[in-house]
Design a protein around this ligand. Structure first.
Ligand code: UTP
Length: 290
């Protein structure tokens, strides 16, 4: 079955980024020349998905507006003869169907995804976190969709992390299953206490999920931090059906975290055709003074 829909939860409060996120969603913070969320939408479009479902909350309308047609701006750009720029702005909203659902309370990532259940319906779907960027030759979502064509079951994207950082992530234990970069999931644990797992495979913000996850999310009681944890429902799902962990090719940046955000700006700046040489020269200059 084809994956046609991508859920992008953007309803979190972004407290790690206060005061910047008091009036601006963290997903709208700029990386080089576009907001974080635009890179994620572009990844979805490049991967051939038909529809995006944003899970939003109060104060996030800037995200919906960003992907909407702006009649006034379009007319002004035409008057000023900036047609190409106007087309670029319109392209992203024309390329994909975007709808939103509202998460009324920030009850956790699991709850945010559950909020999208009626729009997703009974079909496999993708989830991309609104502040997780992956810089890759082949879009991470596309890599996962290629694997899904083969396995037809849920997939979580993972990256290896140092043992002393596993407590910050959902950790997957699994066994190799003959496919490149792929492990069959045997156990999952959210933010494990040090020494409670041997695995270093951390879940990042890309998933392909079978629709049975919605029932499990509906029955999940609040876990770590009083939130409805996606990992708890995924663990339950992995006991009912096969689930795969996929070590994607590329580099992931947590743009919802201050240091991750700064690293993302540098990484995307260093791939920018016009800016990269100037930025490289500047990095060399300051590196010599540190
Ligand atoms: P985070 O924990 O990174 O987001 O959730 P947050 O809660 O906004 O951030 P901090 O910790 O307060 O700084 C991961 C993703 O899940 C979404 C967030 O928007 C983010 O994309 N999320 C989280 C929701 O949509 N709803 C929630 O209740 C919680």
């Amino acid at each position: 079955m084809k994956v046609r829909k991508a859920v992008i939860p953007v309803a979190g409060l972004g407290t790690r980024f206060l005061p910047a996120t008091k009036a601006i969603p963290k997903e709208m913070l700029t990386i080089v020349d576009r907001p974080t969320i635009q890179y994620i939408v572009e990844e979805v479009v490049a991967s051939g998905i038909d529809q995006i479902i944003f899970v939003t909350s109060e104060g996030k309308s800037a995200i919906e507006n960003h992907f909407d047609y702006n009649f006034h701006l379009d007319s002004v750009l035409k008057e000023k003869n900036k047609v190409a720029l106007g087309e670029e702005l319109n392209n992203i909203s024309n390329l994909i169907d975007i709808v939103s659902v509202r998460q009324k309370k920030p009850l956790g990532l699991g709850h945010a995804i559950w909020t999208a259940r009626h729009v997703v319906g009974n079909e496999p779907f993708m989830v991309l976190l609104g502040d997780d960027l992956v810089l890759a030759k082949t879009p991470c979502a596309k890599q996962m969709l290629n694997l899904f064509d083969d396995v037809g079951e849920s997939i979580v994207a993972v990256q290896r992390v140092p043992a002393d950082q596993t407590y910050q992530y959902g950790i997957v234990e699994g066994e190799k299953n003959g496919r490149d970069r792929t492990h069959k999931v045997t156990r999952m644990v959210e933010k494990p206490a040090p020494g409670t797992t041997d695995s270093d495979m951390a879940i990042i913000g890309r998933y392909i999920l079978m629709p049975q996850v919605f029932d499990l999310l509906g029955r999940t009681t609040p876990g770590h931090g009083g939130e409805i944890q996606l990992t708890d429902a995924l663990l339950a799902l992995s006991k009912k059906r096969a689930m795969y962990a996929y070590e994607f090719e590329g580099t992931r940046y947590d743009a919802g975290d201050k240091l991750g955000y700064l690293k993302a700006i540098l990484a995307y700046g260093l791939t920018h055709p016009v800016l990269k040489e100037g930025l490289k020269a500047h990095i060399r200059e300051i590196a010599a003074t540190i």
